[in-house]
Design a protein around this ligand. Structure first.
Ligand code: G3D
Ligand code: MG
Length: 258
């Protein structure tokens, strides 16, 4: 997979696919929504559709503007097995999300999501960021070790996880917006740096087909389709018939220039 790391001749920013991973309820959809449409209330009507959806969002990095195509599970996560190959295809970054008030959601990262990452992607090629969401619920938010409020996962625990798997860490609140932009910019900055380095190492890589040629089972752009936001975000949904996914190989919904 070659990278289009810097602006295209036409001046278009590079596009990178990143994916959200983590248990249901940790706030993945809320984080994406907060990023792409900060004015939307937190309790937006989240699609109950089973499938995948993505938004695109322009983000700043120290090396210039890039476009992030952020993939999120729509509805429940139990369909993930059938969808995972499509979900990870051409992804360049992953945000692993847990809920700081839910220890089980943190344990799931090592017990479930890291394994899936390794099974379905070349995990070493993926930039990773650990995000502990719902920091607003930590009422004793004193940077402490986990005694405060309804916090169940200490920052120390999270840091140990990061060291083990080689990733960075931030706590966020999709509710207040705290650190949300920072988290996405941090990850996309790492992705962009890696792409630039890779490009410099091996010149002459062809660009992958950037864009969003969605070929979901039930068509593209349905559901929340075509929604635009301030930042130029568009949102598409791939709907799945249960256990009837045909998009694993050919449905190249990402096709990022990654
Ligand atoms: P998911 O996409 O990971 O499944 P959602 O998670 O984004 O659907 O969020 C699950 C619930 O957590 C939602 O509540 C949402 O409002 C809430 N939530 C998400 N992020 C935060 C946060 O940062 N702080 C707080 N306090 N709540 C958050 P409901 O009640 O709608 O199920
Ligand atoms: Mg969701």
């Amino acid at each position: 997979m070659s990278g289009r790391a810097t602006s295209t001749p036409g001046g278009k920013p590079p596009l990178y696919k990143i994916v959200m991973l983590g248990d249901s309820g940790v706030g993945k959809t809320s984080l994406v929504a907060r990023l792409t449409n900060p004015d939307r209330p937190l309790n937006h009507d989240i699609s109950a559709t089973m499938g995948i959806e993505f938004d695109t969002q322009m983000l700043d990095t120290p090396q210039g503007k890039v476009k992030a195509q952020i993939w999120d599970t729509a509805g429940q996560e139990r369909f993930a097995r059938v969808l995972l190959p499509t979900y990870f295809r051409k992804a360049k970054g992953v945000i692993l999300v847990y809920d700081i008030t839910n220890a089980k959601s943190f344990e799931s990262l090592s017990e479930r999501w890291m394994a899936q990452l390794n099974d379905h992607s070349n995990a070493d090629d993926l930039a990773k960021l650990l995000v502990g969401n719902k920091s607003d619920l930590d009422t004793n938010n004193d940077d402490g070790g986990g005694a405060g409020g309804s916090r169940e996962v200490s920052k120390e625990k999270a840091s140990a996880f990061c060291q083990e798997y080689g990733m960075e860490f931030l706590e966020t609140s999709a509710k207040s917006g705290d650190n949300v932009l920072k988290a996405f910019e941090k990850l996309i900055g790492i992705v962009h740096d890696r792409a630039i380095n890779a490009q410099q190492k091996s010149k002459g890589g062809g660009a992958g087909g950037a864009g969003a040629g969605l070929k979901g089972v039930a068509g593209s752009g349905s559901g929340a389709g075509g929604k635009s936001t301030e930042g130029g975000a568009t949102e598409r949904t791939i709907k799945l018939e249960d256990g009837n996914n045909t998009s694993g190989g050919g449905g190249d919904a990402g096709a990022c220039g990654c």
